[in-house]
Design a protein around this ligand. Structure first.
Ligand SMILES: Cc1ncc(COP(=O)(O)O)c(C=O)c1O
Length: 443
């Protein structure tokens, strides 16, 4: 039977896809990839302006990382978490070295959502308090605690209102919740709002605050100067564990090892995944500060995973981080961001009225698409897509460009290794794709 079906039909018949109504999916069937290029089964090449799910920070199929996985597979493919292993401690040492002042240990998970689950568990156990603060316009993962922390509509279907999560508004000047007109006002008012939430929830009930240093899926809102430092200060003042979720923004994406580096703050816990090894093998984890690690020195941490610190994943992380250290990959992300993407996207905004705002840094950019710049009416309603957005994404694909899209936004998030020439070519393809939705701008 299956030999009469096309590969996409076989995929649709047998594979249950994430976040989708199964009958409506139309997956791109990918045969291979290299660097910033993805090749489909018909041999068509696409520039990967999505880094897949914003994770292939070092690009596809980097030889030294593939070699490290192969070599590790030949030596020791798997080992139980209670045993020690060189790949694991080397990965932990490198991650700690790039993290923050006071970073001590790494607990490895299989991905981002488990990292968030464990960071919250550690914070609750360390403080003995139940609640966790999280921002609206955020994404923290799809397992029980993480999806309840998530500040977008994907939470609603599983929200039992019993997860101990309290949401607050972070800064977002373009759609300010605080009627602010400057970044300074937005910062001051967002911090005042957060302090009120803490005061009225009761500091003695709040274990942790989790915040993406630059919210990713929710729209790449770079925080105004002083905001993260203000959050740090409030957490310290009220005895709240500050968890920086760096699953998407970390490991070069924002043009620094971690996004919080650019805002001069040290969190207490950091969750990471994606860019740590560019997803070559599933891996995530929590970087734990000395104080919290010390609370588990003489008492058992009640949590674990069969594959915590899997050798193949850790060996790939060591090789990926080494490549980043030695080959100026993070500098490249920053340079391409400032020299090509920032001016190039600004030029697209000047040409296409449908682009309401461009924001970002490094290789982490969002285009906010609107039908009217004055009212800021989104090109698709919150929580869903629209014919205009579907057309735009299809046009990008026709042009040979993969983009990350979410509701009414296109995210330009290529690998940190993208060349200036590739970035310029990708912008030209995006320019042509944007022409196809010009009629939806009603001004
Ligand atoms: C900020 C953030 N946290 C957590 C997650 C969840 O990571 P994973 O999909 O690896 O579970 C994501 C995924 O996109 C993310 O962007």
């Amino acid at each position: 039977m299956s030999e009469f079906l096309s590969s996409v039909e076989r995929e649709k018949r047998s594979v249950f896809h994430s976040w989708s109504a199964q009958a409506s999916i139309n997956p791109l069937m990918v045969a291979s990839a290299h660097d910033s290029t993805v090749v489909d089964e018909d041999g068509k090449e696409y520039l990967d302006f999505s880094s897949q799910l914003v994770n292939t920070n070092i690009g596809h199929q980097r030889a030294e990382v593939v070699d490290a996985i192969v070599e590790q597979a030949r030596t020791l493919t798997t080992i139980a978490p209670q045993h020690g292993n060189r790949a694991r401690y080397e990965a932990a040492e490198k991650i700690v070295a790039h993290s923050f002042e006071g970073a001590d240990k790494v607990f490895f998970t299989n991905g981002g959502t488990e990292a968030v689950e464990h960071a919250v568990r550690m914070a609750r156990l360390a403080t003995g308090k139940p609640k966790v603060l999280a921002a609206y316009r955020s994404y923290h993962g799809a397992t029980a605690t993480s999806i309840n922390l998530t500040g977008d509509h994907r939470r609603w279907a599983v929200d039992t209102a019993s997860a101990g999560v309290v949401h607050f508004f972070g800064p977002f000047l373009y759609r300010s919740h605080f009627h602010a007109t400057t970044e300074a006002e937005e910062c001051e008012r967002a911090l005042a709002h957060l302090e009120q939430v803490i005061t009225f929830e009761g500091p003695s009930t709040i274990a942790a605050l989790i915040l993406e240093s630059i919210p990713g899926t929710a729209g790449i809102m770079v925080p105004p100067p002083g905001y993260l430092a203000g959050v740090r200060a409030l957490c310290t003042k009220y005895g709240i564990v500050y968890i920086a979720d760096e699953v998407m923004a970390g490991f070069g994406r924002a043009g620094s090892w971690f996004a919080y580096d650019q805002f001069d703050v040290a969190p207490d816990l950091v969750t990471f995944a994606k860019g740590v090894n560019s997803g070559y093998v599933p891996l995530g984890g929590v970087v734990i500060n000395e104080a919290i690690a010390a609370t588990f020195a003489d008492r058992v941490y009640p949590g674990g995973l069969t594959y915590s610190g899997h050798p193949l994943a850790c060996a790939s992380a060591v090789a990926a981080i080494r490549a980043m250290e030695e080959e100026g990959i993070i500098d490249n992300a920053r340079r391409v961001g400032e020299e090509v993407l920032r001016p190039g996207l600004a030029a697209l905004a000047a040409k296409h009225p449908v682009i309401g705002e461009v924001r970002g840094l490094g290789v982490f950019w969002a285009l906010e698409l609107v039908t009217n710049r004055a009212t800021k009416e989104p090109l698709s309603p919150y929580g869903t897509s629209s014919p205009a957005m579907n057309e735009l994404v299809a046009a990008c694909r026709r042009e040979g460009l993969l983009v990350f899209h979410n509701f009414h936004r296109i995210h330009v998030v290529p690998p940190c290794t993208i060349t200036a020439a590739e970035a310029t070519e990708g912008l030209a393809r995006l320019d042509r794709a944007l022409d196809s939705v010009a009629q939806y701008y009603v001004g």
